[in-house]
Design a protein around this ligand. Structure first.
Ligand SMILES: O=C(O)c1ccccc1NCC(=O)[C@H](O)[C@H](O)COP(=O)(O)O
Length: 285
């Protein structure tokens, strides 16, 4: 797997190439003409006290390899919505996930729910590009970006009416996301370097995040039980990719997940979990 520094460099080179065919000013004009963004944070927070499910569309992953050809991403997106997915994450990154900008366009045409563009975003160009595609949310990875760049990209995303979903893997990164003004924070259970999943990550981090910020638990959700467990620790939403893409019937798997997500035994109270960590050392991860 590439290091963050390599991803950063590679993405910048790809973006520079795209910029030669679509200059930034032209892209900004397209973004201005795109339909208004939908409220992704509200959708992900639409089951207060319970948990919402966001399905992800991707053909491949670095850890599992090839998953499915997904010949019609729009049709898969319709299945997700029919199963209760409140929003959809569309991976557009090509080298590792075999996603494309055309996948995003196809999903945008097919469904009305808010869409997250999932990509290694490192420059403002990609934010305008996301808006021009009709995105409502953009993924930003705290581990990939210097805090000052993260601040700038969150600001740019929100100034275009979208939400940034800032992904973190530690308490320190969660605090950087809060500092940057993120209104949606993703806690990713998967270690990017080893691919190993630690589902306790959400519980380890969530208490540093104020309850008015939407928390999305990401990665390794295999079925309704995992959704229930993430709901129990206070996540507002879960992001589910691989198990849905591999499923012969994603609609019915999603229905099972969404009903587990609204189990009557669930009433987690984020407000009482949240602690102001003024006593924590700055360097703590
Ligand atoms: O999915 C991977 O193999 C992967 C490997 C290394 C870094 C990141 C990776 N995935 C990124 C993600 O955020 C997941 O696509 C997302 O959380 C959904 O997870 P899953 O349901 O396990 O597909």
């Amino acid at each position: 797997m590439l290091t963050y520094a390599e991803i950063y460099k590679q993405t910048q080179a790809e973006v520079s190439l795209r910029q030669t065919t679509m200059p930034l000013e032209e892209l900004k004009e397209k973004a201005r003409k795109a339909p208004s963004p939908k409220n992704g944070a509200a959708a992900l927070h639409s089951h207060p006290g319970f948990v919402a499910v966001m399905g992800e569309i991707k053909r491949r992953t670095p850890t599992a390899g090839f998953l499915d050809p997904i010949e019609d991403p729009g049709e898969l997106a319709r299945e997700y919505v029919a199963g209760g997915s409140v929003a959809i994450s569309v991976v557009t990154e090509t080298p590792n996930y075999l996603g494309t900008l055309d996948d995003f366009r196809a999903v945008r045409r097919a469904v009305e729910v808010p869409l997250l563009r999932k990509e290694y975003v490192v420059t403002p160009y990609q934010i305008h590009e996301s808006r021009a595609l009709g995105a409502d949310m953009v993924l930003l990875m705290a581990a990939l970006l210097e805090p000052i760049v993260l601040d700038l990209l969150v600001e740019r995303t929100q100034s275009l009416g979208m939400e940034a979903l800032v992904e973190c893997h530690s308490r320190l990164e969660a605090r950087q996301a809060i500092q940057a003004g993120a209104r949606i924070i993703g806690i990713n259970a998967r270690d990017r370097e080893t691919g190993a999943v630690d589902r306790s990550m959400c519980e380890q981090i969530i208490d540093v995040i104020p309850p008015d910020i939407t928390v999305v638990a990401e990665s390794g959700v295999r079925g309704p039980r995992d959704v229930f467990d993430y709901a129990r620790v206070g996540a507002d939403a879960v992001l589910v990719g691989e198990s849905l893409v591999r499923s012969p019937d994603p609609r019915s798997l999603l229905r099972k997940m969404t009903s587990a997500a609204q189990h009557p035994a669930l009433r987690p109270d984020r407000a009482s979990r949240y602690r102001h960590h003024t006593d924590e050392k700055e360097g703590e991860a």
